[in-house]
Design a protein. Structure first.
Length: 95
């Protein structure tokens, strides 16, 4: 597998995990936090940045392709998976 595919796979998995955590935080499952969509979004963005830094340390910055490579192979798949899974979780839960 080449570096681009590995970065995409890592970010897609992180997007799935971020969606579940964002759903838990924004859905009111944690009584102390209540229903807090802004915090769920913030947590997702923090996970994105951490995943980008981890991927950059695993692979060299030149192999990743710098910001352009991270944007196309990391950020876009992460955001797509994150929003899709989060939306599915929000719409399939019963009230």
């Amino acid at each position: 597998m080449d570096v681009d595919a590995k970065i995409t796979a890592i970010h897609s998995l992180a997007g799935f995990i971020a969606a579940i955590i964002s759903f838990i935080v924004s859905g009111g499952s944690i009584p102390i936090l209540g229903e807090n969509q802004a915090l769920g979004t913030f947590i997702g963005l923090i996970i994105l940045l951490l995943t980008g830094n981890i991927a950059e340390r695993i692979f060299e910055k030149e192999e990743v392709g710098g910001f352009k490579g991270w944007l196309s192979n990391g950020v876009l798949p992460f955001i797509f998976v994150w929003f899709m899974v989060w939306a599915i979780l929000l719409t399939t839960t019963t009230i």
